[in-house]
Design a protein around this ligand. Structure first.
Ligand code: TYM
Length: 380
């Protein structure tokens, strides 16, 4: 658990203004630098916006993953979702990046749905968590993964296949470690104490290096995995980690279900999107139009700009122009919000269509097919 004077990041909580550089130093990751980006580009030819703009900004062993890929050994991808409620835009972002990686490197992907984790960690009924699992899986499938190379599994359903691995892993992790890493207390239920073993299991699904795209909040699991992997004769997990898409309400903390104003949900309708952005998106603009024209706005604290920069405006020339026009005062805060609203609405419209289609193909992703077999073959 990283708890510093001004901010806190655990897989379950983000408070304050996150110092991303400090996290990298404290957690012991490396920065995604131009060197590694160019190595990726050699294979992918073009670069995803989230990599170009270094939204995915930190990694572990990505260089070794690329070595393995170049030598023909390959690698596999693993990511996940804790189904605690409706998904917001921030939750979906790592899946878009993962899809890009799968497409460019043509590799297998395992997606873990941690209904157990969310049941243990939240005040939700088991039935609620099952409902959210189904809803969230549809959102994930809508991203457009290759059904022949993607296996989505829900923990409580697939547990029989992974329990022996979880048990073996759990014997190597002491209470003192999870207590220090996750901040568990005397009052924590015993299910959640065991849970970290379950999130580590999929990193051993193939006898290749596992690359995990996620936000940096998931790193604590991979730190523990890396301490024990070699004992089992497996690779240490590799990761490529992103910053958080900031909450609408400002650059602090993360989007939260308990504050619906802080996030755009994938289910939000047009009116809600417009209202949330117009009313709540934190602005880096000046108090009056006159002052704004004179002094200009600050895009670096402006949440609409940050959302466009991190994900929604792919065009480098266009984002540069928006940045400059905002700084010079030519572009007003309301106009910047309109640009974001337009992007959000077209994104959500397409998403909703693809989500409907997902209902017809969900079985292709959750079947006991080639990937599940691959995983069983590799069980130690
Ligand atoms: P969960 O459901 O909290 O989050 C799902 C994914 O979204 C990332 N994330 C964000 N990314 C950008 N901006 C944000 N504001 C934002 N908020 C959340 C998370 O880092 C995650 O990648 N325990 C996990 C489920 C899980 C998992 C995994 C995640 C199981 N195995 C392997 C990643 C990789 C969870 O509850 O994620």
């Amino acid at each position: 658990m990283i708890k510093m004077q001004d901010f806190k990041v655990t897989p379950w909580e983000v408070e304050g203004k996150v110092d991303y550089e400090k996290l990298v130093r404290e957690f012991g990751l490396k920065f995604v630098d131009d060197n590694i980006i160019n190595r990726i580009k050699n294979h992918t030819k073009e670069l995803n916006v989230m990599l170009r703009r270094k939204f995915f900004y930190a990694h572990r062993d990505l260089d070794l993953v690329l070595d393995d890929f170049e030598k023909g050994k390959g690698f596999f991808l693993y990511t996940g979702r804790g189904p605690s409620g409706p998904m917001h835009i921030g939750h979906l972002i790592p899946f878009y990046f993962t899809k890009w990686l799968q497409e460019k490197f043509n590799v297998n992907l395992y997606i873990q749905i941690t209904d157990d984790e969310k049941y243990l960690e939240r005040e939700l009924s088991f039935e609620e968590v099952q409902k959210w699992s189904y809803e969230n899986i549809l959102d994930i499938i809508a991203v457009g993964f290759d059904p022949n190379k993607t296996f989505i599994f829900k923990d409580t359903e697939f547990m029989g296949n992974i329990y022996s691995l979880a048990v073996k892993i759990s014997r190597k992790i002491n209470f003192s470690v999870v207590k220090a890493v996750f901040g568990f207390k005397e009052s924590s239920n015993i299910g959640i104490l065991f849970y970290p073993a379950i999130q580590i299991v999929p990193t051993f699904f193939e006898n290749k290096r596992c690359l995990i795209p996620a936000a940096i909040d998931q790193d604590p699991y991979w730190r523990i995995q890396r301490d024990i992997a070699e004992y089992f004769g497996y690779y240490k997990a590799a990761e490529i980690s992103s910053k958080f898409l900031p909450p609408l309400t400002g650059m602090q903390g993360k989007m939260s279900a308990s504050n619906p104003r802080s996030a755009i949900y994938l289910t939000d309708d047009e009116k809600t999107v417009k209202e949330k952005v117009m009313k709540y998106a934190f602005s880096g603009g000046q108090a009056t139009i006159e002052l704004h024209r004179k002094l200009g706005g600050n895009p670096y604290i402006d949440v609409s700009f940050q959302w466009l920069y991190s994900f929604f405006e792919d065009d480098d020339d266009r984002i540069k122009k928006i940045e400059e026009d905002y700084k010079s005062g030519k572009l007003l805060s309301g106009e910047l919000k309109e640009i974001l609203i337009e992007k959000l609405l077209s994104f959500l419209e397409k998403h909703k269509e693809k989500r409907e289609e997902a209902k017809e193909i969900i079985h292709l992703f959750m079947r006991d097919g080639e990937l599940a077999k691959e995983m069983r073959k590799n069980r130690f």
